[in-house]
Design a protein around this ligand. Structure first.
Ligand code: ADP
Ligand code: MG
Length: 344
């Protein structure tokens, strides 16, 4: 087969392989581009400050299902997931643009409901909606948000700064959004097979809420500033803890050891996972869409964060050749496998 006829499936590369492939042909021309592709957001010089820029696309049928995602929640989430990538650079979000593609299936009232959530998020995160684009779609709703944030250059945390003996930290708790998604999918099936059955989600409000309307941890960024701590590396947890540990280790050229008994999981997440016959630790390690922060700190900063109620110290950074391991409650070291979400 000649070169021109060669066909490589996207699934052969996977999402991250495809991004690496696209990045190979990118040549940075401007010295103001401090960081291009490869982190949670790009970093651009702007006077004494730097700006960070990130964009995310939400596609109906891939990222959300309107049979259970209320439009105001969806609008909020579209903003939150971008703001989360700004926070992941240790920057403060300031502006967003919102672009939508829609079919005539949507009424003005439906768009108003979506924007109710977008405005609520702008209020919540203190960001301004400064533009966007509106176009027609023949295949459901598509929402693209771009977020811009600001920081002093020395405040930026890249994925690449983790050093041996740094402490690995995560905020909040993990796995809830995946468990919430499983509950929403289960109830949808029940409803489809028997429309008279009214779904009873009352027991699952934490997990379903975390799936439908996640909150980005901008609060932590402000607190880190108050405590005078700049994480040596940071990213947000959108694809699952295991996958994000791989990213930090790859970018920083290090290994990591984490401890099962240190992993934060909410009681409702744990109980619901068990009810669904899912292993709670697998949900924590490989669940997606938590939008918590994973970061590393130098040991000298530990005392400043030690008492924080919502920051958990899950392990430490090792040499690359020591690999990536999860030490179970019984003391066995198991190699971490990055699964994350595969869209292809
Ligand atoms: P996140 O999960 O934090 O949003 P992604 O995994 O989506 O990050 O993206 C990783 C990096 O690849 C980011 O720097 C992002 O800007 C870049 N990227 C993703 N898709 C493309 C694309 N189609 N073209 C150029 N850069 C891309
Ligand atoms: Mg991210």
């Amino acid at each position: 087969m000649s070169e021109s006829e060669k066909r490589t499936e996207i699934s052969d590369l996977g999402e991250f392989g495809l991004i690496d492939h696209l990045n190979e042909k990118v040549i940075i021309k401007n010295s103001s581009t401090l960081k291009g592709i490869g982190d949670d957001a790009a970093v651009i010089e702007a006077g004494d400050m730097v700006k960070v820029v990130t964009t995310d696309l939400l596609v109906e049928g891939v990222h959300f299902d309107l049979s259970y995602a209320p439009l105001p929640h969806l609008g909020f989430k579209a903003v939150a997931v971008n703001v989360s990538d700004v926070a992941a650079m240790n920057a403060v979000p300031k502006q967003i643009t919102v672009s939508i593609a829609l079919s005539n299936r949507f009424s003005v009232e439906a768009i108003d409901a979506l924007y109710e959530g977008i405005h609520a998020a702008c209020e919540h995160y203190g960001v301004d909606l400064v533009g966007g684009d509106t176009t027609a779609s023949r295949s459901g709703l598509v929402i693209s948000v771009t977020a811009i944030g600001e920081a002093k250059p020395e405040q930026i945390s890249y994925r690449s700064g983790a050093k041996e003996n740094d402490i690995l930290c995560v905020t909040g708790d993990l796995g809830a959004a995946l468990v919430g998604l499983q509950i929403l999918e289960r109830e949808k099936e029940v409803f489809l097979s028997n429309p008279d059955m009214k779904p009873d989600l009352g027991k699952y409000t934490i997990v379903t809420g975390r799936q439908l309307r996640p909150d980005a941890r901008v609060d932590i960024i402000h607190e880190l500033r108050e405590m005078d701590v700049v994480p040596s590396s940071m990213m947000d947890i959108s694809d699952g803890l295991a996958s994000e540990i791989f990213h930090i280790c790859k970018a920083s050229g290090v290994g990591a050891t984490i401890y099962e008994d240190k992993l934060p999981i909410d009681k409702q997440t744990f109980d619901t996972a068990v009810e669904l016959n899912l292993d709670p630790i697998t949900c924590v390690m490989n669940g997606g869409e938590d939008y918590e922060l994973l970061f590393t700190i130098d040991q000298k900063d530990f005392a400043k964060l030690e008492k924080h109620p919502d920051i958990h110290f899950i392990g430490h950074i090792t040499k690359a050749e020591e690999g990536k391991f999860l030490v179970t409650k019984s003391g066995t070291a198991v190699q971490i496998k990055a699964q994350g979400w595969k869209h292809f």
